[in-house]
Design a protein around this ligand. Structure first.
Ligand SMILES: NC(=O)c1ccc[n+]([C@@H]2O[C@H](COP(=O)([O-])OP(=O)(O)OC[C@H]3O[C@@H](n4cnc5c(N)ncnc54)[C@H](OP(=O)(O)O)[C@@H]3O)[C@@H](O)[C@H]2O)c1
Length: 230
């Protein structure tokens, strides 16, 4: 059976990705840092059929990520699809010259290092898949083409750097497909109620990369199933 791990799957886009992958017959590991919220989310997904597995994982914490990989390997011997979805926005309307080192470090720790850390911890399990795939959930806010729009600079810097992680991983892991995805502006706690896309629309390209995209598609930044400039 194909296996998938989605980080930050207790709500928002990650939860929807986990739900859709479950419906497509994957054994889904519902990653969450909060045990209670993670179990509730896994139970909600299970109501549609199948048996997702809750996996406690705080992507900002090395010990938690290492423990999660150990726990995972007690249950499954390989990982086909890793979705580095967990993310935070700590700055709102802040100005780049005024954001604190602390804010930037916290954001990078989760949004950038988190994805690298989880990929590193699960790399051997991924290497056991015939077609290992890693998706880093990025943002148009991290795009350099077109210039910045001054919104949430700390968050945007972390997503630009995440795209760098994607490019480096794709080069280092030729057997893997490693890509960044911008889900668009999505109605979640992060995106807010005025966002233009449903979680289903936000999850679409991520799930497509897991199931239908060619394995040779790697080292790219995508939105709506199409490559976009970095
Ligand atoms: N919504 C949008 O419009 C939009 C646009 C572009 C990109 N994105 C990206 O899409 C991804 C999902 O965002 P969303 O809109 O679904 O946000 P969300 O509803 O706020 O969900 C974020 C998820 O990440 C988890 N998370 C945060 N820090 C974590 C950590 N250290 N370890 C593990 N999990 C952690 C949260 O867990 P808790 O519940 O425990 O906090 C939550 O499950 C993010 O990477 C975001 O940057 C979103």
């Amino acid at each position: 059976m194909k296996t998938a791990l989605v980080t930050g799957a207790n709500k928002g886009i990650g939860h929807e990705v986990a739900r859709q992958l479950m419906a497509k017959g994957f054994h889904v590991f519902v990653g969450a840092r909060n045990r209670g919220a993670g179990r509730v989310a896994a139970d909600a997904i299970a109501k549609n059929g199948g048996k997702p597995t809750f996996l406690e994982i705080d992507v900002a914490d090395n010990a938690s990520v290492t423990a999660a990989a150990r726990e995972f390997s007690k249950i499954a011997d390989h990982l086909d699809f890793l979705v580095n979805n967990a993310g935070i926005v700590v700055d709102g309307d802040s100005v780049v010259l005024e954001i604190s080192d602390e804010l930037l470090r916290k954001t990078l720790e989760t949004n950038t290092l988190g994805a690298l850390r989880v990929t590193r911890a699960f790399a051997l399990l991924l290497a056991k898949s015939k077609k290992p795939r890693v998706i880093n959930v990025s943002s148009g806010g991290g795009q350099l083409t077109g210039g910045a729009d001054r919104c949430a600079p700390g968050y945007c810097i972390s997503k630009t750097a995440l795209n760098g992680v994607t490019s480096q991983l794709a080069a280092a892991l030729p057997k893997f497909a490693v890509n960044s995805v911008c889900p668009g502006w999505v109605q979640t706690d992060m995106g807010g109620k005025n966002a233009t896309r449903s979680v289903g629309q936000g999850a679409d390209t991520i799930v497509w990369l897991a199931t239908d995209a060619p394995q040779k598609l790697t080292g790219k930044f995508l939105r709506d199933r199409k490559e976009i400039p970095w």
